[in-house]
Ligand binder design. Structure first.
Ligand code: UD1
Length: 429
């Protein structure tokens, strides 16, 4: 298993290109199942999760081409995928594939909406809490599907097609909103989604579905309306920049010090996190090419944050912000309200000398003057990158084991950091 070794202490200076968003690319790829025509997706990040979803789609019979790199494009330029679900050979998504990534469960919606049936293994993915799918299944049931659980598989049937309906989510769910939008796009009649998630990735999916011929309005608000259509068509769509990758590198700069431009980043997509970073002492400015983040010598101020659905502070940036707060000049309180058990990075940060006390959904972080490098273990995607951030500022050497978690969600991480002066090396084994 690969390891990453970081020698801490170097500031970051330069340019980091921000990749296409993983959390947008995955639902967009899934949406290819809604049509027999070609869906061309531009700026898809090169990530393990993308490759895994491609395998799952191929297993259903989706043809795909990855358009080669054009002259002048760097290794960090996203790829273009062409997906065509002309003939579906199998509406089953098997356990050995779905259990590795939770988002692959979402294929249930387009398969059901277009073919009237789907058999999808119950999901796996990051070990952050129980992460149930009850709200997704309730939404599909509301749209007229019959759902059974058989030997670890969800079997969904709607032989006469789905029917538009009113779906009122009892809590905000990104996965539920994606699934409801995809299913309702091909349902008979109109659907109203109340208490919808407003994340930029939801808007990206709605934009793409509309290019494919869907009739969706209100994405980005709590109320989404969908007029079902009988078929969808091919389209071309560019994946939006990754706001979590953006926030992660912004926090890395705040931690290590320096001056970095995050190319292609969109500040509007991570206002809460940038506000917290500014309070912590970083300077953040939107530029023509993206976002410039600086911290030159200023102390890191303690800042309290509470995770919340968009536009609140993203749970996917909580671990990274906690890493930053371990070096703050005082005590900060970080509350996690989206997922239980999303504090697995705490014990690893402690190995570097961080002082963090847990009290239910609250982490109380007492800033320390210095962190010291140590061997640590990546436990989930975002937790692992928080260890990278801590390692950048720790004295000596930090070795991060089990970095396959990082490869699921961060494209060319070592290359991007090394180019800005960080001493980061991957040891393959
Ligand atoms: C997505 C993101 C993930 C991010 C999360 C919250 C992708 C691929 N993943 O995950 O990176 O951390 O949004 O911003 O886009 N819930 C239920 N029942 C359900 C579904 C969800 O109780 O049927 C709960 C979850 O356990 C969690 C909360 O709702 O407590 C939010 O989950 P959700 O927004 O659905 O997260 P994901 O879409 O899985």
């Amino acid at each position: 298993m690969d390891r990453i070794i970081i020698k801490g202490g170097a500031p970051l200076n330069g340019v980091i290109p921000i990749s296409g968003a993983k959390n947008a690319a995955l639902p967009l790829m899934t949406a290819s199942l809604l049509t027999g025509e070609t869906l061309e997706l531009v700026n898809v990040p090169r990530l393990a999760d993308v490759s895994l979803l491609l395998r799952i789609l191929t297993n259903h019979g989706v043809d795909h081409t990855i358009v080669g790199r054009r002259p002048g494009e760097s290794a960090e330029t996203g790829q273009t995928l062409r997906l065509q679900a002309g003939t579906i050979i199998d509406t089953t998504a098997p356990y050995d594939l779905v259990s590795r990534m939770r988002a692959s469960f979402w294929v249930i919606a387009p398969l059901l909406a277009r073919f009237g049936e789907a058999r999808v293994s119950l999901p796996g993915g990051c070990a952050i809490g129980t992460r149930p799918v009850d709200l997704l299944l309730d939404a599909l049931t509301t749209l007229g599907a019959d759902i059974d659980i058989e030997a670890g598989y969800v079997v969904a049937r709607a032989p006469k097609g789905l029917r538009g309906a009113e779906i009122a989510f009892p809590k905000v769910t990104v996965s539920g909103t994606h699934v409801a939008m995809m299913a309702a796009a091909l349902a008979h009649g109109s659907t109203l989604i109340e208490n919808a998630a407003c994340e930029p990735e939801i808007v990206d999916l709605a934009d793409c579905l509309n290019k494919m011929g869907a009739k969706i309005t209100g994405a980005g608000t709590r109320r989404i309306e969908i007029d079902g259509v009988t078929r969808l068509y091919g389209a071309r769509h560019e994946v939006l920049p990754d706001r979590i990758e953006t926030g992660t590198y912004a926090m890395a700069v705040a931690m290590a010090g320096g001056d970095v431009t995050l190319e292609n980043a969109n500040a509007v997509h991570l206002r809460s996190a940038l506000d917290a970073l500014e309070q912590a002492g970083a300077e953040v400015t939107a530029t023509n090419s993206g976002l410039r983040v600086r911290r030159n010598g200023a102390v890191i101020n303690p800042v309290d944050v509470t995770t919340a659905p968009f536009p609140g502070f993203a749970t996917d940036l909580q671990a990274q912000f906690m890493a930053l707060m371990t070096r703050a000049s005082g005590v900060s309180r970080i509350r996690e309200t989206i997922f239980e058990n999303r504090f697995m990075h705490v014990q690893e940060l402690a190995r570097l000398g961080a002082k963090i006390r847990l009290d239910g959904d609250l982490a109380i972080v007492e800033g320390v003057e210095r962190l010291r490098g140590a061997p640590v273990m990546a436990t989930d995607l975002r937790a692992s990158v928080s260890l990278v951030i801590a390692g950048l500022a720790a004295e000596g050497e930090t070795t991060i084991n089990r970095v396959y978690h990082l490869d699921r969600g961060f494209e060319a991480l070592e290359a991007k950091l090394t180019r800005c002066g960080a001493m980061v090396e991957r040891v393959r084994s």
